[in-house]
Ligand binder design. Sequence first.
Ligand code: ADP
Ligand code: MG
Length: 388
Amino acid sequence: MKNCVGQVVRGKDFWDRKIELETIWEAIDSGSHILLVAPRRVGKTSIMHKIKDEPKDGYIVIYIDTESADNENEFWHKLFNAMMEEDFINKLKSKSKVLYERLTNIKIKKVSASGVEFVDGKTLDYSVAFETLVKDLDIDKKLIIMIDEFAQTVENIIKYEDVKNANSLLKAHRSLRQNPKVSKKVTFVYAGSIGLESVVSKINSIKIINDLNNIKVLPLLKLEAFKFTSQLCSSIKIDMSEDAIKYLLEKVEWLIPFYIQLLIQQLKILSREDSDRVLDNSAIDEAINKALEHRSYFESWQTKLRESFSNDEYLFAKEILNIISENNTMASSQIINIATKHELNEDEAKEMIHTLIYDGYINNNENSKIYRYNSPILRQWWNKNVAN
Ligand SMILES: Nc1ncnc2c1ncn2[C@@H]1O[C@H](COP(=O)(O)OP(=O)(O)O)[C@@H](O)[C@H]1O
Ligand SMILES: [Mg+2]
């Protein structure tokens, strides 16, 4: 197991997320379409790649990341392109004769604003074209289409194109999911680091996604995080006592692999710089400070807010996060004053707080009236770089 920090992990570097994978496969087997729910960096994309790299028998998997698509046409373009890609087609040769023959015989000329244009001159609506390609797939095969950063795509379409197009994409997906001919053959798995629910509720279309089976990807449990950290230490050959690992996990608190890897990386550097260095609590504190210097690991937490919200909403969220970063916690009674200052009404403020929770910044798990950061490391970074 290598210590990968920030890239999607594959193969041996993937720490088995047994519970999540079992839950996802069970949902796929039962025929539901899935929304993978978790804030950024919790491990959704890595899980999706695991499913793609090691699918169960009878399943064929396509993975696409549609983050860069900012109009409806581009989204479909990406989907059809993925289905026409050489690698995918080659894989089909042994997996699904029907789909292989269909995809190699039906030639798509281009995917344009008017739909999918085929070489034979026909142009079909995106979802009709999709249905045609997949409908009578081999009897014992099912296609899993994983769409990463879907919420971001919908948000981009709202921003750069039109609410109408966003709705049309969401509706097309819903009708594909509800079309028995498609659903029998295809499972959609959507994921994204911003909440699809909050994006969709902004355009009052929450009903369009209420058929999805939401599966949460959670941080590691304490014991699992301990095992993960120990294994990481031994495979990259750094020596840490049980107590030191426990201290590190206390400091990380929000036990997603990413923050653990980030600190282990810094500890490795400390021990490389001084081979006699004992990796004790003070070394861990030093590693945290060093980790905080990596702007690139944290900055997206701020830029996403700036990009996704109106200026008032952004300033409101920033102030909330500033206050919590300063005082560790914030009482919900303070929210309304801050909202008024930024000209948001109570509902808008509540929706923003909901988004901050959903997107993984803060929680009120222990006491519903008290907010705090999920990650003390993010809290410290925010305090140092944004609040001050
Ligand atoms: N199962 C895992 N095993 C090891 N590292 C992981 C695992 N899941 C996530 N990570 C670490 O966390 C980072 C973020 O994971 P990623 O799958 O990109 O999350 P997300 O898609 O939720 O943003 C990865 O770059 C990797 O460092
Ligand atoms: Mg991801």
